[in-house]
Design a protein around this ligand. Structure first.
Ligand SMILES: Nc1ncnc2c1ncn2[C@@H]1O[C@H](COP(=O)(O)OP(=O)(O)OP(=O)(O)O)[C@@H](O)[C@H]1O
Length: 575
């Protein structure tokens, strides 16, 4: 009797672990995964129970079918805002269960029943004891896969998406690709578990995979703790055991026990959300080994170590007018409904120089950055970086092409440490790719250590190495701006767009920030900054563009602009 409940607990815990990878790590709340388990269960029962297929082959097909289904549904649902994802997956879940119940070949509303005599590795699975090892093995397998994905550079990207998908994309990650990938992988895993679950039940029915199962699995994930897989196992086993304990130990009648279990799920969920929202077991930062300094690999050419080589003195710098044009924007326009946020913007950024965009609030400066970086697609116009067209490229590819940005509102990934924030920006970490993650060899962990070392050097560069292990949401505003600069630098992009790097930052941090930006410029990177503080602009910029009502209406040195009577009256006079 108890072994039977243990089988069930292990399988439901495996479902909770898979769903936790999607919900806890990637922040994608899907109600459809219980239905995917149903598709897995139906597939296995249909093939093995009704058509005599080997059970193992049926399980393999169940994984394949649910993975493909996950990709298809993910393509439709994941383009939507997250609040719609829940509703969309709920609709899919109802649709899937409804469709399964309409096929006579699948037993209609009663489903496929009476499945027995399934065989796995030469053993017939008849008694609850026979199912114990397969259930435990599936839980171990699902846990191993989810842990490998979650506690790796790949999982770090997932957490980045959970915290702020736009900021993560601005670090060069194909966030949509990651979302589809993790949706499909977790669909396949739940399909596998569903195949086992239906085998253990001896049936695949619409009622077994409906909304109550989805809610039970969510309760396990939330009570156990987001992004804590061991917590999901513990919660999965404990919550599943509530009903049998009520029945067997407290002699509650079976229908009442089921009801009490549902009520207890609700009470537990409420309690956890009120008292300990992170769940019983909290999320832990990924274990990252940062090599000691002597073992650290060489910094990239423009890396922080390059600063130890003699820097050109300002007097040696190429005059602004003679520097090469790295980025050129022509005729960029954008309207939002009735608002013209950008109007025919022409802009040139020259190598190793700082260009400032100034102008009143709402002039379109941030929109100009959005248009250059592909965050917003322009209605008209072109942007070329070293001669290659950027308009139409995905934002993450634009970063990889060499154009990175910071955000006016900083947008650090709050629950990640400073080191993780900066590591995410370091390009080419092979552990961010699933294929490399499961390949044999130690290349992935070595490369991960190198990425950590590179991120650490950028943190040192901005004077924040001491905060490497601090979660980003524990930083002061000035510190978070410095980490966001380190993050932009770590992308290795040649051109940096810095949105108000000094605003809201106290005086001591402003000096540090100015020194950092000047150092970056002196190393040959190209900087464009939006800034309201004219002292900052005066001390940093080689060239200044004045924007008003979406247009660049004047450009030159800051002194030339402030010397204009019209601009002095319209903007500078008020500074
Ligand atoms: N996604 C959007 N949808 C609608 N309107 C927008 C959008 N983004 C910007 N705008 C509008 O475009 C105009 C320019 O805004 P933008 O944020 O680019 O100005 P800004 O010069 O950066 O201002 P600030 O100095 O206050 O940051 C504003 O009127 C703003 O409300």
């Amino acid at each position: 009797m108890w072994i039977n409940y243990l089988d069930q607990a292990l399988l439901l815990a495996a479902l909770a672990v898979s769903v936790n990878l999607l919900v806890g790590y990637a922040g994608q709340v899907s109600v459809a995964h219980a239905a995917f388990a149903g598709v897995g269960g139906y597939t296995a029962c249909f093939l093995a129970g009704l058509h005599g297929w080997p059970y193992l082959a049926s399980l393999a097909v169940a994984v394949l079918v649910t993975t493909v289904l996950g990709v298809l549904i993910g393509l439709i649902a994941l383009g939507l805002a997250e609040e719609f994802l829940i509703l969309m997956t709920l609709a899919f879940s109802l649709g899937i269960i409804g469709v399964l119940a309409t096929f006579d070949a699948l037993g209609g509303v009663t489903g496929i029943t009476g499945v027995d005599g399934l065989r796995l590795f030469g053993r017939t699975l008849d008694t609850p004891a026979d199912w114990l090892i397969p259930s435990a093995v599936v839980l171990a397998l699902v846990f191993a896969v989810c842990r490998r994905l979650g506690e790796s550079p790949y999982g770090q990207v997932l957490k980045g998406i959970r915290e702020d998908a736009v900021a993560t994309r601005a670090l060069g990650k194909n966030t949509f690709g990651y979302k589809i990938g993790i949706f499909a992988i977790t669909s396949g895993l739940t399909g596998l578990v569903g195949g086992l679950y239906s085998g253990w039940l001896g049936q695949a029915t619409p009622s077994a995979y409906g909304f109550p199962l989805a809610m039970a699995v969510f309760a396990m994930v939330i009570v156990g703790g987001n992004a804590n897989l061991a917590g999901s196992i513990a919660a999965g086993v404990v919550l599943t055991m509530i009903e049998p304990v009520l029945r067997q130990v407290l002699a509650v009648q079976s229908t009442q026990a089921a009801l009490v279990q549902v009520v207890l799920y609700g009470v537990l969920l409420l309690l956890v959300m009120l008292v300990r929202p992170q769940g019983l077991f909290r999320e832990r930062p990924r274990k990252i080994a940062v090599p000691a300094a002597p073992e650290a690999p060489a910094a990239p050419a423009s890396g922080p170590r390059a600063r130890t080589s003699p820097r050109p003195r300002p007097a040696d710098r190429t005059p602004y007018a003679e520097a090469d044009i790295v980025l050129r924007a022509e005729g960029l326009s954008k309207r939002f409904g009735g608002i013209t946020a950008a109007k025919n913007i022409d802009l040139e950024l020259r190598r190793g120089t700082v260009t400032a965009l100034v102008g009143p609030n709402g002039a379109g400066k941030t929109t100009a950055f959005d248009l250059l970086t592909g965050t917003v697609v322009p209605d008209t116009g072109s942007v070329t970086l070293n001669g290659s067209e950027l308009v139409g490229m995905r934002p993450d590819l634009i970063v990889r092409a060499g154009l990175a940005r910071t955000f006016q509102d900083v947008r650090l990934l709050n629950r990640l440490t400073c080191l993780e924030n900066v590591m995410l920006a370091v390009p080419g970490n092979p552990g961010e790719r699933i294929g490399r993650l499961f390949a044999p060899g130690r290349g992935v962990s070595r490369a991960d250590r190198e990425a950590a070392a590179e991120a650490m050097r950028w943190l040192e560069f901005v004077g924040m190495a001491g905060q490497a292990a601090t979660p980003a949401d524990a930083l002061s505003y000035g510190q978070s701006k410095l980490v966001s600069l380190a993050r932009a630098l770590a992308t290795r992009a040649d051109v940096l767009l810095l949105d108000e790097p000094a605003s809201g930052v106290d005086a001591a941090w402003v000096e540090t920030m100015l020194a950092m930006v000047a150092a970056v410029r002196d190393e040959g990177r190209t900087v464009c900054l939006v800034e309201h503080d004219l002292d900052v602009v005066r001390r940093l910029s080689d060239h200044t563009c004045f924007m008003e009502l979406g247009e660049i209406t004047a450009s030159g040195t800051l002194d030339e602009l402030t010397g204009s009577a019209r601009l002095a009256e319209a903007y500078f006079g008020a500074q």
